[in-house]
Design a protein around this ligand. Sequence first.
Ligand SMILES: [Zn+2]
Length: 91
Amino acid sequence: MLRHDQPGRQDAAPECRMLRRRPAVYASVYAPCEGRDWWWLAYICPWCGSGHLGRARSEAEIPGARRSRCGRAVYVHVARTYRGRLPREVA
Ligand SMILES: [Zn+2]
């Protein structure tokens, strides 16, 4: 038995510490469209209660640590992604 391998316990501590300073937000994500190359996201800020917008160059850059518009740290999770009606070919 591997006594050092206890992922549940080992991973829990740093994650808890991080989440206390960076509350999770669940964002709606909007794929690029005609005339807009950036990915956009929208979420309700746990700090100030407002809706904030953010953007990213690619879908992969959206989840994770981010600074909200009001200057506080948040941790973005993708709640849902709006890709539009047509699949977008690479421009
Ligand atoms: Zn805010």
